[in-house]
Write a protein that binds this ligand. Structure first.
Ligand SMILES: Nc1nc2c(ncn2[C@@H]2O[C@H](COP(=O)(O)OP(=O)(O)O)[C@@H](O)[C@H]2O)c(=O)[nH]1
Ligand SMILES: [Mg+2]
Length: 240
């Protein structure tokens, strides 16, 4: 059997309500991809569910880190591993059905013509229609600030992505500093600056009906600090 060339990665923190069905839906797509879950010490049995699926499907694997090291840190872990194991593509998505397995085909199609594909919540006016005002406001503010401070025209803060792993420089992965939600704009900005081509695929995000967001105030404040720091560093580099 030839090794799958695509790895699909899902970070989890207490996603017992959705993890089984999202993995099952991905398997049913018959993409021939490996599926990796990195769990950070879920207390609700998420890890047990993934382990069970892993014994049924050899393509499913689990890395248990035991403590909440951050969603960004989990994505960096997945990027490193995808590089190490020579996967051609890494697809990343949330495990709570914010991102739909049925959209993966559109992402793969877009990846034919770009190094990185990101889901965009800003191309359809209805994309966030079920979200509460606070989350909607935060998402739009984030988009406004990444445009303004980082000159990023894309939806830079989402986790539904495809990476062409041979185009992602190893040193760029090694130098990522963001452990939390700031990973998303830090990584995309640096990839963009390195000249990788980026395509956007419009997506809709349903309101979170399962579980709840794991984002905390400290992540929002930390993200803002990271945004300012990154913007400052990029400007300083431009002046060099
Ligand atoms: N491994 C890991 N996954 C996390 C962590 N924080 C969040 N996640 C997962 O990352 C995905 C996105 O997180 P979520 O809180 O839903 O973000 P939001 O939808 O932007 O509010 C979900 O699958 C979470 O379970 C973490 O610290 N470690
Ligand atoms: Mg979510």
């Amino acid at each position: 059997m030839t090794r799958p060339t695509c790895l699909i990665f899902l970070p989890t923190l207490n996603e017992a309500g959705t993890i089984e069905s999202i993995i099952q839906q991905i398997i049913d797509l018959n993409l021939g991809a490996d599926i990796l879950v990195i769990d950070d010490g879920s207390a609700d049995g998420t890890d047990e569910m993934v382990r069970k699926l892993g014994s049924k499907y050899p393509s499913v694997s689990l890395i248990e880190r035991g403590a909440r090291l951050g969603v960004g840190s989990a994505h960096i872990h997945a990027l490193r591993l995808a590089k190490e194991r020579n996967y051609g593509r890494l697809i990343t998505m949330d495990a709570d059905f914010s991102h739909q397995p049925s959209d993966i085909a559109r992402f793969i199609a877009a990846a034919e013509a770009a190094d990185i594909v990101v889901g965009s919540r800003f191309e359809r006016t209805e994309s966030l229609k079920d979200w509460n005002l606070f989350r909607k406001g935060m998402t739009h503010l984030g988009h406004f600030l990444t445009r303004l401070l980082l000159s990023m025209p894309y939806d830079a803060s989402g986790g539904f992505r495809v990476y062409a792993m041979d185009k992602v420089p190893q040193d760029l992965i090694d130098n990522l500093e963001s452990a939390n939600y700031d990973f998303f704009f830090e990584s995309l900005t640096l990839l963009h600056r390195r000249g990788l081509s980026i395509a956007e695929v419009p997506i809709d995000l349903p309101a979170r009906v399962y579980g709840h967001s794991k984002m905390q105030l400290k992540h929002i404040l930390g993200g803002f600090f990271r945004l300012v720091l990154l913007s400052y560093r990029l400007r300083a580099k431009e002046k060099e």
